[in-house]
Each structure stands twice: as C-alpha cells, then as structure tokens.
Design a protein around this ligand. Structure first.
Ligand code: FBP
Length: 555
C-alpha cells in the first residue's frame, strides 16, 4: 500500500463492490441469450454500408444457463482508458481483472498507458493483484492514465493491430465516451475486415452523462461528479443565506450537454439554471440570456435579496446561435493554420481573425470582452474544436448582467446592489472517490466486459441495467455499438458516430425542473446535499442521481 494513503482510502479499500446476481455465481452456470437483430438509431442504410461486418448484431444478456467451454479458454486482454477522467474508472479495471481471473486464473490483463496513444506506442503494464490493491474504490485514472489521442487513420489501425497481435492479445476493452466508443466500433469493424482475431468491447464512461439511450441508462462517473458539484453548490447557497451579499455564477462541467447542470439544479434548487438545449431551442441570443438572468436579480432585489446562485453549463456558448456560428467559423479558420500558430501577441491573433470572419461572426466576436476573445482563440482540442472548459462563461455573464443592471438603474428600473462571484466546478469532481453507486456500477461494467470478451463478442458496449433496483437484480449484457450510431456532419464530412444524448426538453428531468424554477428563482429554497456518504442509511449512501430516478419513472 502507498504510505501516504488517507484514512478514507484505507477504509474504502475493504469495500466490496456489488455485482448483478448472474455474475456472482459459478461461471459454468452463465448462459448467453441473444436478442433480435438490431438497427442503428438513424441513417440505417448508410451505417450498414459502413459497418458490413458488425452491423445488425443482436443485443445480448447473461442469464442462468449453460455456457460453452471456450468461455474458460485462457486469454490476454488489453485495456485502455480514453478521454476525460470519471470517478469509478479504477473499479472498471478491478471488475475486468477480477472477472477475467474468475473465468480463468491464467487470463492476463494488460493496461496500455496514457490512453489510446499507449496502443500506438506499445506502452503497457500488466495489471496484478498487488497493483490493484492500491486502487480499488479510489477516484482517478492514474493506475494507467488516460488521453485524448484519436485513432482514425489506417496507419494508426495498422499500428494498433500489429502491437496487439505481437503481444498475443485476444481482445481490447476501451473505456470511453461517445467519441472513444465510436473509435472502438470502427476498430472492431476494421479487425473483422482484416481477419484480425482481436475483439473490441467498450464501457460507457463520461461525467457529462451524454452517453445514454434506451439501452444504456447512464454513463459512469456522472453520479459521483454531480454529487461533488451539488455539495459545493449547496454550500455556496448556504453562504448566500449567511452573507446575503453576493451573486454566485457557477459554471459546471459538461462539454456539450447540460445533464450536469440539470442534475445539480434538481439537487440544489439554485435561483437560475441555464440549460443549453433550451437556449438552442428558443434561439436565445446572449443578450436575451443576460436579460433572463438580470430579471431574476432585479426581482429578488425588489425583495431585498441581493444574492443568489446561477448555474451555467460549460457548453453554453456553443448553443447560442450567433456564438455557435462564430465558434464553427473559428474552428475552420484556425484548424492547422501555421500563420496563426506562429503568432504570439493576443493583439495580432485578434486582428488576424477579425479580418477573416464573416460579418455576423465578426459582430458576435466584437461583442465579447477581450479576455473571452483570447480564450476562444486558445489551442484547439485533438478534434479541432474550441476547448469550452477554458472559456470563462461565468465571468462573461457576470459582466453582461452588471452592464444590463447599470442601464436599468439609470432608467430607475432597478434599485438593488449586484456583486458577482465566479466559480468553475469541473476538475474538482472528475477524480473524486466514487460513490457507492459508481463503485458498484463500474465494477459491474468491468466484470461484465470480461464475460463479453470471453464469449467471443466484438463491437459491443458493456451494459448493466435496471440500476434503480438493488445491485444483485441488475441485468448484465451487451449492446451492439452500431445500434447507437447515426451520421453527423463533422468538418464538412458525414461521419458515423454514436449519438450524443442531449437534455430532452420533453423529458421528465427537464419538466420537473421547469415546473419548479419560478419558485426557486424567488424563494430561498437552496438544498444542501452535503458530502458523498459511503456508509450510513441506504437512501443516503446508495442514492442514485435524480435525473435517473425521473427518467426511469421512480419519482
Ligand atoms: P469525456 O467526455 O472525455 O469523459 O470528458 C468530459 C470532460 O470532463 C468535459 O466535461 C470537459 O469539457 C472536458 O472533459 C475537459 O477536458 P480536458 O480534460 O481535456 O480539459
């Protein structure tokens, strides 16, 4: 054990994550049930043409029954953690390892280092009991690290195939979000076409909560991360009630979808929560959003409440029509632009883009404070997109609301005091010690992945369902990756990708929020969810996310 281990970590080390009943019993009694042939969620003809070998596979589930002896054949499995960290990743590793060893103690798990680039560079370590001991039920991905390298070119696929074949690997498990699992689907298809006997299985990860659908109830990490943010936002609410002098503008992570913001709103009841999907649906401009927030500030000021909490989803800017257009023009303009990359001064960069933007985007760009302009011009991510985590939308909104209130004051429409404080809750939640829910779910996803691999399947996502029931009643199985795909226009080309789940404005979680937000705007109804509890009453220690409860009709 590490010498600097905390008392909590040492106590958590003895936690035994729960499993679906079928995975707890003897291997010989696990049968694989095949469902009906599947179709992709949209663009069926096109997706089928692109995935001739893996399209249409049936959904599968594990039930009591007999299994072929081949399930016990010794195998060597490769594992890669891909994209942003999410609480519970170490338990996926532990579940996968324990499942493999249960199937056959001779099975080997090899962890590739630093994300998908580890597969290209052939850098790996063997996962062992001794190593895992330090990581069970802990947050983070540090056991093997993660990364955002995208595997897309033929040369990359060839390198991965070569390295895995040379290492004698039978299957690759990819733990990732929608983009990484899209990569996994493409790789599975490539291996099949090339007659390379390597299977590919995915695990649904992302704190953003946007990898979900009828088959995948939730991505892992969302529960823990939102509990951390909700604790912090609840504390800020309490500070508001105590000091009565600040408006706190809190940006929460979630690159595109606003699931995190919505979950925090449902747990904490802030005065204002912006939901990007609603902004896009209503085609709100930045000025309309500002007015919406400023109105709540003014209404509360009229009741002598010069304080409040505003929750802002990280991806907001990209959902405001004029900003979306600007960002997409900037992405095209700055992608692989050596002249721009050579520039060092902010002034040169700003004038470079201003000379090249279309009239509307130039106007939108000029409406932003210089600090935000610079953030929009910062390095792109590996997909060529602006890194929204780096844009201080909370500061932008504080400034915009302040200006609006000043104008209203001059017209005697507002008589309060406004003092804004900006916060960003993001990295604080991504490596938190996993809640009991995530500890169990992740362990089950990993364990289940080992059975999918051993069953000879490829192009599947590990699925564990019925998550609001006690863990032993959870259903274990697999969903074909192509089933979740559709075509999306990316950088001028139609690409097959796993459909990203955005907040549904007709869905129960949003409706529950919309029904209460007027009340929350004016009343001080802040809830303090408090820190994650690992022990104690089950309704507290094992609580599932509010969003999941509402979606599954349990509230
Ligand atoms: P994944 O979808 O890869 O899990 O990552 C999500 C996320 O945490 C977003 O919420 C955030 O915008 C982004 O990662 C930040 O990325 P980085 O770690 O590269 O700063």
């Amino acid at each position: 054990m590490k010498s600097n281990i905390s008392a909590l970590q040492s106590a958590r080390a003895s936690y035994k994550p729960k499993l679906p009943k079928i995975l707890m019993g003897p291997v010989a009694k696990v049968g694989l049930k095949l469902g009906k042939a599947t179709k992709s969620i949209a663009d069926q003809n096109e997706i089928q043409k692109l995935f001739t070998k893996t399209y249409g596979q049936p959904e599968v589930s594990f039930h009591a029954g007999k299994n072929p002896a081949s399930l016990k054949k010794p195998i060597k499995v490769a594992l890669v953690l891909s994209g942003g960290q999410a609480p519970g990743g170490h338990n996926v590793v532990a579940g996968l390892y324990d499942g493999l060893k249960k199937l056959n103690p001779k099975n080997i798990l090899q962890g590739y280092l630093g994300g998908p680039s580890g597969l290209l560079e052939n850098k790996y370590i063997e996962i062992t009991d001794k190593l895992l001991k330090e990581y069970r039920n802990t947050g983070g991905f540090d056991i093997i690290g993660s990364g955002r390298t995208k595997l897309e070119s033929r040369e990359q696929f060839e390198a991965v195939a070569r390295n895995l074949k040379n290492a004698g690997i039978t299957a690759l498990v990819v733990v990732g979000g929608d983009d990484s699992n899209t990569n996994a689907a493409v790789l599975a298809e490539y291996f099949k076409i090339q007659n390379t006997p390597i299977r590919v299985i995915g695990c649904p990860k992302t704190i953003d909560g946007d990898l979900k659908n009828d088959q995948i109830e939730i991505s892992f990490g969302f529960d823990t991360a939102t509990k951390v943010y909700a604790e912090l936002a609840g504390n800020v609410g309490r500070d508001c009630l105590s000091a009565k002098k600040y408006w706190h503008f809190i940006k929460v992570m979630g690159r595109s979808a606003s699931h995190i913001a919505l979950e925090v709103a449902l747990q904490v009841h802030p005065n204002v929560t912006l939901i990007s999907e609603e902004v896009a649906d209503q085609q709100w401009t930045l000025d309309q959003i500002t007015e919406h927030v400023a109105k709540v500030v003014a209404e509360r000021a009229a009741q002598k409440k010069n304080y409040g909490v505003v929750i802002i989803p990280e991806g907001l800017l990209e959902f405001i029509p004029e900003m979306k257009k600007l960002i997409s023009e900037l992405n095209d303009l700055l992608a692989h632009n050596p002249a721009f990359e050579r520039m060092e001064s902010a002034h040169d960069k700003i004038s470079f883009v201003q000379q090249r933007l279309g009239a509307d985007s130039k106007k939108a760009f000029q409406s932003l404070p210089p600090s935000i302009q610079i953030q929009l011009l910062a390095d792109r991510d590996p997909h060529g997109n602006v890194q929204v985590a780096k844009i201080e939308t909370e500061k932008l909104l504080i400034e915009a609301v302040e200006l609006k209130l000043k104008a209203w004051k001059q017209q005697s429409m507002y008589h309060g005091k406004f003092s804004g404080q900006g916060h960003y809750f993001g990295y604080e939640g991504r490596c938190a010690a996993p809640s009991n829910f995530d500890s169990d779910y992740c362990y089950s996803l990993g364990f289940n992945a080992s059975y999918l691999v051993a069953s000879g399947l490829t192009g599947y996502l590990s699925s564990v369902r019925d998550l609001l029931k006690p863990a032993d009643k959870w259903q274990a199985g697999g969903v074909p990756l192509t089933m979740m795909m559709n075509l999306e226009r990316r950088h001028g080309k139609d690409k097959p990708v796993i459909l990203k789940a955005l907040v549904e404005l007709k869905g129960k979680p949003f409706k529950a929020f919309a029904a209460q937000r007027k009340k929350w705007a004016i009343e001080d109804d802040y809830q303090s969810p408090g820190p994650i509890q690992f022990w104690g009453p089950v309704e507290v220690a094992n609580a599932a996310p509010e969003t999941l409860k509402l979606e599954r009709g349990k509230k």
